[in-house]
Ligand binder design. Structure first.
Ligand code: EPU
Length: 424
């Protein structure tokens, strides 16, 4: 498969341009990752369209290939997976550590092959990120889980049995993993306290297109009626609500006026409401979401929460915007315990932010100046990039590999809207 990213490991951004024009929102990166894992549930081809060319997709593709699946990319945003010949049921740490979603191969492997051995998953260092919801769910369905060295070994030689599974926390990937396993279990699985995120709904839609029987996705109770086998399908992924939110924030923050083509406005209530509160105009127009800056940015408080609350993945980008708002904004992070990595980077650029554990107080507006900063996780990196778009002078952002994990052609898209930046 072709690699997703172009050359260059840092961005050089010259601030000052108001973003204008239109940008097409890519398919959802996180929905794509769960969908790729679902392809392991059948021996028939699963063809996914609108898959963003991002490096997390590449690394998960490498893991699927290691397991024995064929993964092809016949077009830039199409991934075709055939898991007929999967024969390896364990993975080394280097294939799992790059990507949180890699642990979602466990549900399908366990359900279809009765065994899986995986080390704990990697991903952004944004909090403790336990996997108890995944493992407890498999255990409730009859699997035995052992920790052997660095691997979790899950065994269900006689198959999984449907049951009631209570999720301690509405974990997105935990809900998805249990759903994946339950599709081929005997009988009915009911997931209580399920995550309601749109990416859970997207996975349910794919599983049903493969012949699964999943209902209730999008509510806190998901029911999965197990079936004997699943079949292949061709399926287009939903647009990426976090990418859309990031561009919406960029438009409002730079004094711009941008049409977000294909933005999934129906699942963006929280960010739309907050941007309007900050003074931007947000309206549906000709199949796009138009975001235009107002005359002044007003401060807004928010809490990052599970869906439909404001997404934790938009916390850092929104904080960057609020450095330009006229007054004090207070932010509370309620999902992850280490989402504040952006604070020190924005302070290097002149932002007035105080962070107290899971809260931040931002005093604006502060003129930002170019600095050398790091993308410490994907969304912290987005925050620094947005700050660079309004800073005086040049901002150099290191560690772009984080941004490449989830944002497709980010520099190209921003240049298309008039931003001055390049990879160097
Ligand atoms: N949690 C538990 N127990 C568990 C699992 C999770 O308490 O067994 C807690 C975590 O400690 C955390 C919270 O649940 O406080 C949320 O974690 P969750 O498991 O829901 O997150 P995830 O599935 O690991 C996905 C996205 C993240 C996104 C979160 C929340 C993927 C691959 N990742 O992560 O996306 O922030 O849901 O919406 O789907 C990103 O795109 O930048 C990103 C990090």
């Amino acid at each position: 498969m072709a690699a997703a990213t172009s050359q260059g490991s840092r961005y050089q951004v010259r601030g000052g341009a108001a973003l204008t024009g239109s940008v097409r929102i890519s398919g959802s990166a996180n929905a794509a990752l769960a969908a790729m894992c679902a392809a392991l549930l059948t021996d028939e081809p699963v063809v996914l369209d609108n898959v963003p060319a991002v490096s997390d997709v590449d690394s998960l593709a490498n893991l699927l290939a290691h397991l024995g699946a064929t993964v092809e990319r016949p077009a830039p945003n199409r991934v075709a997976i055939n898991a007929a010949k999967v024969g390896t049921l364990e993975a080394p740490i280097d294939l799992v550590s790059e990507n949180r979603a890699s642990f979602q191969v466990m549900g399908p492997l366990l359900a279809r092959h009765g065994f899986a051995a995986l080390p704990p998953p990697g991903g952004d260092v944004i909090g403790q990120r336990p996997i108890a919801v995944h493992l407890d769910g498999f255990g409730a369905m009859g699997a035995t889980i052992d920790r052997v060295g660095e691997h979790y070994q899950a065994r269900a030689p006689r198959g999984l049995t449907g049951t009631r599974v209570f999720a301690d926390y509405p974990s997105v990937s935990g809900t998805q993993n249990v759903m994946l396993a339950a599709t081929l279990a005997r009988g009915e699985t009911v997931i209580v306290n399920a995550a309601t995120e749109p990416e859970v709904q997207a996975l349910a839609a794919l599983l049903n297109a493969m012949g699964g029987r999943v209902s209730g996705a999008g509510t806190q109770t998901v029911t999965v009626e197990g079936v004997e086998r699943l079949h292949g399908t061709t399926f287009a992924l939903v647009p990426d609500r976090i990418e859309a939110g990031t561009f919406a924030i960029a438009a409002a923050m730079t004094g711009g006026d941008v049409d977000l083509v294909d933005a999934p406005a129906g699942v963006m209530d929280a960010i739309i409401t907050k941007l309007r509160g900050a003074g931007a105009t947000v309206e549906a127009r000709d199949g796009a979401l138009r975001v235009a800056a107002g005359t002044r940015l007003a401060p807004v408080g928010f809490q990052a929460l599970p869906y439909p609350g404001l997404a934790t993945d938009l916390h850092a980008p929104m904080a960057a915007l609020l450095t330009q708002a006229d007054g004090v904004s207070i932010i509370h992070e309620r999902v992850f315990d280490n989402r504040m990595l952006y604070v020190a980077e924005l302070r290097k650029m002149g932002a007035e932010i105080i962070s107290t554990g899971s809260s931040a107080i931002i005093n604006g507006p502060t003129p930002l100046h170019g600095a050398r900063a790091r993308a410490l996780d994907v969304r912290a990196g987005a925050a620094v990039l947005l700050a660079g778009l309004v800073a005086s002078g040049t901002t150099v952002i290191d560690d772009l590999h984080h941004l490449d994990r989830k944002y497709e052609r980010l520099d190209e898209k921003l240049r298309g809207l008039g931003a001055e930046l390049e990879r160097v």
